[in-house]
Structures are given as structure tokens and as C-alpha cells.
Design a protein around this ligand. Structure first.
Ligand code: SAM
Length: 243
């Protein structure tokens, strides 16, 4: 196997975006992805963003949030538990274009959480009430550069208080170690194929700086988190805490 080129984003499609499979097969892929997210510490960066962005919010505040590309919905369930612990009233929406994700997320989510899972392309989604925050995890690397620019503008336009992108750092070590780990763990064939490819489709700081400037979001903050998550956030400081 040849060592890939990491100098630019790969544009090969991921299997999970292109291959037709049964609901059960796709659910098995999402269940393995949840294990990946636990091992690769997906939640702490998003949690830290929400903590920073809600400083000064009084208990009882409604927290409206849209999570894009929700997969099996684990990030939304964590956000719900986090918000409830802080005394906020979470009103959470997930948008994912794959109908298998809605089925898997609803099966994994207690109905009392009231999370609204929608099957929609994010570019066709117009929130009825603007969310305070837009979050996403392992989503932006699925987009082309042109779509990413559009998405940055979409979330900057719709999120009243800020947004958080949780994604990967394109790096040879991340690629090689995930390739090996996914085989040792015998994860779903989509995870074995798409995980290393996701690293190759992902970003380095210079990619983000260039596209953020184009999107008029040059003030967004980049942060790197162990192991090889490269995240991007914008907090609209002037937005008041909800009453
Ligand atoms: C790698 S999964 C990430 C799932 C989950 N957020 C996680 O961290 O495990 C990417 C998800 O983005 C969804 N997706 C890709 N393009 C999309 C689009 N244009 N609009 C909405 N969802 C999209 C896919 O269907 C997929 O479920």
C-alpha cells in the first residue's frame, strides 16, 4: 500500500455517502462510529465550546441548537444531558440527509429528550426559529471546498450565538494509526475504508484560514485536540444571554 499524499484534501467519495446498504448494515456502521467517537474523544471539544459560549446564561434559558450530520445522534444526546445538568432547556434538532441515520438515532434516543431528527440536506434546511448554536462533528470533511464555503455562510447566517465545527486534522500519523486501529478493532468495513479516507479529506490550519477568510469569518478560532481533532468555532460575543 502506497503512502498517501497529505499536501491537499483527497476528493475520493466515502462509502457511507455513496453505497446503498440495508438499514441494519448502516446501523452497525453507526454503532462502530460511536465507539470511534468515544476512543477519539469527540465530546470534550464540543462540550468546552458550549461551556464557553453560554457563560452568564441563567438557569431556565432555552438552548436551541442544530447538529448537522448527526449520524446516530450521540452528540445530541450528550448535549441534551449537558444542557439539562446546567439547568438549560434544550430544544435540539438534528439534520442528516441519510434516512438510516434518523432511524438509528431515534432508536438510540429516549423519547423524553424530544430531539427532532430531520432527514434533509443541510442546504435545504431553513430553521423555523433561528438556533442559538449550530454544531457538527465529522461532517465538514464530507463537503467539497465550494460546499464548505456555503456551509460556513449558512451557519454564520443562521446561528444567533455561534457555531462549532468538530473535525479532523489531515496528518500522516492520524491516517496510519486509524488505518491500523480500525483493523485491530475489526470495525465495520465502512469505518475501515472511510475512517482513513476521512483523515485524507480533512483539513490543516492553512485550509481553514483560507476558507474562513473567504466566508467572512476570519475571526473564527481554530483549536487542536488530542488525538488529531482540528476544530473551528465562532462565538458571537455581542449576542446577549437569553432572558
Ligand atoms: C461521518 S458521519 C458523522 C456522524 C456523527 N456526527 C459522528 O460524529 O459520528 C457524517 C454524516 O454527515 C451526513 N451528511 C453528509 N452530507 C450531508 C449534507 N449535505 N446534509 C446533511 N447531512 C449530511 C452523512 O449522512 C453522515 O451521517
Amino acid at each position: 500500500m502506497a503512502w498517501p499524499d497529505f499536501s491537499a484534501r483527497a476528493d475520493e467519495p466515502e462509502w457511507m455517502d455513496t453505497l446503498e446498504v440495508s438499514a441494519e448494515d448502516f446501523a452497525a456502521c453507526l454503532a462502530d462510529l460511536e465507539q470511534v467517537n468515544i476512543l477519539t474523544r469527540a465530546w470534550p471539544p464540543t462540550r468546552r465550546f458550549l461551556e464557553r459560549a453560554t457563560v452568564g446564561w441563567p438557569p431556565g434559558s432555552e438552548l436551541r441548537l442544530v447538529d448537522v450530520g448527526f449520524g446516530q445522534g450521540e452528540m445530541l444526546r450528550r448535549i441534551h444531558r449537558w444542557a439539562t445538568t446546567r439547568g438549560f432547556v434544550p430544544k435540539l434538532t438534528g439534520v442528516d440527509l441519510n434516512p438510516h441515520c434518523k432511524a438509528a438515532a431515534e432508536a438510540a434516543t429516549p423519547s423524553a429528550m424530544g430531539i427532532d431528527y430531520r432527514v434533509e440536506n443541510i442546504f435545504d434546511h431553513t430553521p423555523e426559529t433561528p438556533p442559538h448554536f449550530v454544531t457538527s462533528a465529522l461532517f465538514t470533511h464530507h463537503l467539497t471546498d465550494a460546499e464548505l464555503l456555503r456551509f460556513l455562510r449558512w451557519q454564520t447566517g443562521f446561528a444567533s450565538h455561534g457555531w462549532f465545527v468538530n473535525d479532523l486534522h489531515r496528518h500522516g500519523f492520524a491516517w496510519g494509526s486509524f488505518w491500523l486501529l480500525s483493523r485491530v478493532m475489526r470495525w465495520h468495513r465502512f469505518v475501515q475504508h472511510d475512517g482513513p479516507l476521512s483523515v485524507r479529506r480533512a483539513f490543516v490550519r492553512a485550509d481553514w484560514r483560507a476558507i474562513l477568510a473567504q466566508a467572512g469569518a476570519a475571526n473564527a478560532k481554530l483549536s487542536w485536540h488530542i488525538p488529531f481533532r482540528l476544530c473551528v468555532s465562532q462565538v458571537k460575543a455581542a449576542a446577549p444571554a437569553p432572558a
